[in-house]
Design a protein around this ligand. Structure first.
Ligand code: PLP
Length: 422
């Protein structure tokens, strides 16, 4: 953004209009919330038939009585067959687990402190482990690392993925850097999908650590907003071809496919990593919730069933993303005081404002009853050095509330920018 090029007199006019609008919002007593990327009730209703997808007597899959403890250790093969093509992981390298991929990431990171990873000479015990954190990024990734004492090293996120010149230099030089957080498709919050070149460079780059891992959180692998879709290169193949088959840990879940908190999750990786994971996981739990796994199998039927289901999600949420785009275009388009993303999928829009205004925008919006994700949340330790990035999460509220909240947001952007520049 070119701050010097901002037309100050056009901004002053916009501030006058925004003051009037803001006073009206104050009088209205709004209560709106666009903070978290949760599915709306209408989206959850799409999966309502899953609650009765299992009937008494329907409890066997592949000869397994799902009501009992016992194999298969990687989870029901029927479920893994449905999701393997969607996650780009061979069925026998895909593990199905319970309701949160985040807990798998936490578990993998925590277990690495006690057990050497394939390719690693020793566990991480006693080391100051670091992970690269492309930012803006997902706040809960940062929290997992912080919780486990892993230091986060911020690297810039571009429209193609993390800035690979920075990543390569750091990873080559520092054996304490054991991994990188990646949301490779429809990234949280920018919506960017990693380019083929970025994927290949991540797969091929030399690392000082012998057990370096890509935490490949493909949370939005199938969450397209329309027919125009981003394509993501297959990370397992790219890493195997580059001679680093053990580098990627792939994660995914149905939290935003079926029920958030009531879905199934996945871990995919090389045969050696899967063996490492299962050996540790069997100590943690005798097995996953196979009843819920079978419920998902019955509900979807096959991979095409999942894809059809995701198109119905898109019909509900695409108009909300269009409303976000329309408000930003109409209210801020000519002013040059902000930049925003226009994702083809995922759950978020990322808004960059004039440095030094993001916190103030959140404060102004809060004062008139609109909750925004805290400024800084998209950066490690909640610290956006520029105080310029805001995450917009439009899926949860009804469309008219998204429209209303967006006009409050754009009004606050104008006011805060005016305070800063005029
Ligand atoms: N990963 C990303 C990138 C997310 O945005 C989210 C939820 O917002 C999650 C993981 C959480 O997934 P789960 O419910 O499977 O733990």
């Amino acid at each position: 953004m070119d701050i010097a090029a901002i037309d100050r007199s056009a901004l002053a006019d916009a501030v006058d209009t925004a003051r009037t609008a803001y006073a009206a919002f104050e009088a209205e007593g709004l209560k709106l919330d666009i903070t978290r990327g949760k599915p709306s009730a209408a989206q959850l209703d799409l999966s309502e038939p899953m609650l009765t997808a299992l009937q008494p007597g329907d409890h066997t899959a592949d000869g397994v009585d799902v009501r009992n403890y016992g194999p298969p250790a990687p989870g029901l093969v029927e479920l893994r067959e449905i999701f393997a093509p969607l996650l780009g992981v061979p069925v026998d390298q895909l593990v199905a687990r319970d309701n949160a991929s985040l807990s798998l990431m936490h578990q993998c990171m925590a277990m690495s402190f006690f057990h050497a990873l394939p390719g690693g000479a020793a566990s991480w015990a006693g080391e100051q482990v670091k992970f690269l954190a492309p930012a803006p990024g997902y706040d809960r990734h940062f929290s997992v690392a912080a919780e486990l004492g892993v230091e986060l090293v911020t690297v810039p996120m571009t429209t193609e993925g993390p800035d690979m010149d920075v990543v390569e230099e750091l990873v080559r030089a520092d054996a304490g850097i054991k991994g990188i957080w990646c949301v490779p498709k429809y990234s949280n919050p920018t919506g960017a999908t990693y380019s083929d070149e970025v994927v290949r460079r991540l797969a091929a780059m030399p690392s000082a650590a012998d057990d370096f891992r890509l935490y490949w959180d493909n949370a939005y692998a199938i969450h397209h907003l329309g027919d125009e879709r981003d394509e993501l290169l297959d990370i397992l193949t790219a890493c195997a071809e580059a001679g680093h088959p053990d580098r990627p840990f792939v994660f995914g879940s149905t939290s935003k496919v079926t029920f958030a908190g009531g879905g199934v999750s996945f871990f995919g990786s090389s045969p050696a990593n899967v063996e490492w994971f299962l050996a540790r996981d069997f100590v943690r739990a005798i097995g996953p919730d196979k009843v819920n796994q079978l419920r998902h199998v019955r509900f979807f039927g096959d991979t095409a069933g999942v894809e059809a289901h995701m198109r119905r999600h898109a019909e509900i949420i695409a108009p909300k993303f269009a409303a976000v785009r329309a408000a930003l275009d109409e209210d801020l388009g000519g002013l040059g005081i902000a930049e925003w993303t226009d994702p083809k999928g995922g759950y978020f829009v990322s808004l960059d404002t004039v440095p030094g205004t993001a916190k103030r925008i959140v404060e102004l919006a809060k004062a008139v009853g609109v909750a925004l994700t805290p400024a800084g949340a998209t950066y490690p330790y909640g610290n956006d050095p520029e105080d310029a990035n805001l995450r917009i999460a439009p899926t949860l509220p009804p469309l008219d509330e998204v429209q209303r909240a967006m006009h409050v947001l754009t009004t606050c952007v104008v006011l805060a920018t005016g305070e800063r520049l005029l």
